[in-house]
Design a binder for this molecule. Structure first.
Ligand code: PHE
Length: 342
């Protein structure tokens, strides 16, 4: 048979071969690739072939040899597997890979870290309900009747009782605490909040806030600014840049928003910072005297500041996460990256 036909026949044979044991794989290897194997015969035939056929035959031989080598490799790995399961070969003394341990969710890690920093400054944690009444979320915080935040667009209302709603911010706990306690008070209020917003890389209908409130005699804007700068530098590092922009909240006067510098190098940076390089992390201001009075605190005697931050935003900054939706998708490949974080 001419070498060309021979190779075609062999190729079919090799493709059809089945291995049951590692020995069979080895026998196959020797049969074809061994010192006296059939490849040797093929090479001898190749040498004897007329020169003008050598180009084509050489290519066919090479391909055939690769096919054989690949079958050997496949056979070896599949046999190694099945024999590993074989009870006789099982090594009972081999240590296992360890018990897989879950990881803390990145939002929990960051929440705890934020609370830790503020606790060291003397703030105490306080919590309140997620389903609230209008007074604690809006009216007690000086929201005018016509304020857009009350609008159906932003707030999830409870169908059966129009006075009840899902809190849109943790400032509701501020009102509860002011009603309950006498100043001085220095509290932080972590929790889940809800807004009727389209879900995107930067916004979600449910997210987390941590609010701070400090009321005492003679509390000033300088105290607020220093507290926030100190916080940012403890959290993000000593060289962290922040900026305060004048803003408006019904319950604080004056009000400001605080940005942290994120960067403006990649497309992701540009997208999530809307081309500015800065990412807003919190709102703050001096508690409006009307808010103090509404909760029964004498605004001639006391003053205070408040701030509220988004935990998701801050976590994105810390771990350079470009899409807020990742927090809520429970994708193990995302969550596993936080293994070992406390
Ligand atoms: N409650 C505000 C918000 O959700 C944040 C804030 C808190 C602003 C405290 C000022 C003072 O946007």
């Amino acid at each position: 048979m001419a070498l060309k036909e021979q190779l075609a026949q062999w190729a079919a044979e090799v493709a059809a071969v089945q291995f049951n044991t590692a020995e069979e794989v080895e026998a196959f290897r020797i049969q074809w690739l061994g010192r006296k194997g059939k490849m040797k015969d093929a090479m001898a035939d190749f040498k004897a072939a007329p020169n003008e056929e050598k180009r084509e035959l050489g290519k066919l031989i090479n391909e055939f040899k690769q096919q054989v080598e690949q079958r050997v490799a496949e056979g070896a790995s599949s046999q190694a597997h099945s024999e590993g399961d074989d009870a006789a070969q099982f090594d009972w003394t081999r240590p296992d890979g360890g018990i897989p341990v879950g990881a803390h969710h990145p939002l929990s890690v960051v929440r705890r870290e934020i609370i830790g920093i503020l606790e060291r400054m003397g703030f105490v944690v306080s919590e309140g309900p997620e389903i609230e009444d209008d007074w604690h979320v809006f009216s007690g915080l000086n929201f005018p009747e016509e304020h857009p935040a009350r609008d159906m667009q932003d707030t999830f209302f409870v169908d059966r009782n129009p006075d009840m709603l899902l809190r849109t911010h943790t400032s509701s706990v501020q009102v509860r605490e002011m009603e309950k306690r006498e100043p001085p008070m220095r509290i932080i209020m972590p929790g889940r909040v809800f807004r009727n917003e389209a879900i995107s890389a930067r916004a979600h209908c449910m997210f987390h806030q941590i609010e701070g409130l400090y009321i005492d005699k003679g509390v000033s804007f300088a105290d607020l600014k220093q507290t926030l700068l100190r916080f940012a530098q403890e959290f993000f590092g000593a060289d962290t840049k922040i900026r305060l922009r004048p803003s408006y909240f019904p319950f604080t006067e004056p009000s400001a928003e605080v940005d942290v510098y994120w960067g403006l190098e990649t497309e992701v940076d540009k997208r999530i910072t809307k081309g500015t390089g800065w990412l807003e992390i919190l709102g703050c201001g001096m508690v409006d005297p009307a808010v103090l009075e509404a909760s029964g605190i004498d605004s001639r005697e006391y003053s205070g500041f408040a701030f509220g931050m988004g935990v998701e935003r801050i976590t994105m900054l810390k771990y350079q996460i470009g899409d807020l939706r990742a927090f809520f998708e429970s994708d193990m490949r995302f969550l596993e990256q936080f293994q070992g974080q406390r």
